[in-house]
Design a binder for this molecule. Structure first.
Ligand SMILES: Cc1cc2nc3c(=O)[nH]c(=O)nc-3n(C[C@H](O)[C@H](O)[C@H](O)COP(=O)(O)OP(=O)(O)OC[C@H]3O[C@@H](n4cnc5c(N)ncnc54)[C@H](O)[C@@H]3O)c2cc1C
Length: 255
């Protein structure tokens, strides 16, 4: 499919694949063995149609690395200073939310600091900017927190180690939940893209995924003895969902 869609000339221009490496190596080791990691560990998991191109690129091209960070927003009320973009607020790039948050922040600020609201020649303007910043923090909160929480929560699920059964169960449940279609996929897409800036909706869908996972796990029990294990497994799932979600919610909404 990849070969058919992209002729060789275009493939040369379109080789870009982001690979997440989770604390596998110390920085020095990473530099020397990253190519080996890509070829030996990552490549076998890729679809056959792109594997050869990936291995060739991993061996021959200069690889770029970028640390992934989580920086919850804080109210910066230092007079004369406004932080925006990654300097102000960062989340895992898995969901591609960085520019959505940054550009929405620009939209809010443009409105709040417009010349109809603040005359910058007025000696009192720094005080007014300061008070508008308070409004800015509350206006951006819903949309930015939804995107940030979702990015970090999804990353926790997709990067889960296979030995971590509750996270693995949640990840599987999330995939099956999206497959249900309707609002089970359209709402999460809206939350991710910033078009549905509702933390309540995010909460509902996140725990709906956990409840759906519990239902699937309980339904799969094969005997009474097995049922006890599946009850334990499903309770572990809802507990893990809470442990993942609540600290992220707190980091975004703490006063
Ligand atoms: C792997 C990865 C994939 C991503 N994918 C997406 C995506 O698909 N969609 C999306 O919306 N977002 C994505 N993001 C997030 C997005 O890239 C950032 O949110 C966005 O670039 C933030 O813009 P910024 O201007 O705040 O910071 P940056 O783009 O980091 O710009 C900061 C600039 O300041 C320069 N700089 C730093 N220190 C100094 C200094 N002391 N003096 C002078 N200059 C300095 C840096 O060199 C840099 O050019 C991704 C991020 C990563 C890491």
């Amino acid at each position: 499919m990849f070969q058919e869609l992209f002729p060789a000339s275009v493939r040369g221009l379109s080789r870009f694949l982001s690979v997440s490496v989770l604390n596998l190596y110390h920085r020095d080791q990473l530099r020397t063995s990253f190519k080996e990691h890509l070829v030996n560990i990552v490549a076998p998991d890729l679809p056959e149609s792109i594997r050869d191109n990936f291995i060739e690129a991993a061996k021959t091209e200069k690889l770029q690395s970028m640390p992934n960070s989580f920086l919850p927003p804080t109210s910066n009320l230092t007079e004369g200073l406004i932080l925006l973009g990654d300097a102000f607020n960062m989340r895992h790039p898995l969901t591609g939310g960085g520019m959505t948050v940054a550009l929405w922040d620009v939209v809010h600020l443009r409105e709040l600091l417009s010349s109809s609201r603040i005359d910058l020649r007025d000696p009192e303007s720094p005080k007014k900017v300061h008070s508008q910043l308070n409004r800015f923090f509350s206006q951006r909160k819903s949309r930015a927190s939804v995107i940030n929480i979702l990015a970090m929560a999804l990353y926790t699920l997709v990067s889960a180690n296979d030995s971590d059964q509750p996270l693995k169960d949640l990840r599987e449940s999330m995939i099956q939940y999206f497959h249900l279609g309707g609002i089970c996929s359209s709402h999460p897409s809206g939350l991710l893209s910033g078009t549905l800036p509702s933390p309540v909706l995010l909460f509902c869908h996140f725990f709906a995924v956990a409840l759906y996972g519990m239902y699937r796990v309980l339904l799969s029990s094969t005997s009474i003895t097995n049922l006890f294990y599946q009850i334990y497994r499903s309770l572990a799932m809802i507990w893990t969902a809470t442990v993942v979600f609540v600290p992220l919610l707190w980091s975004e909404w703490k006063p």
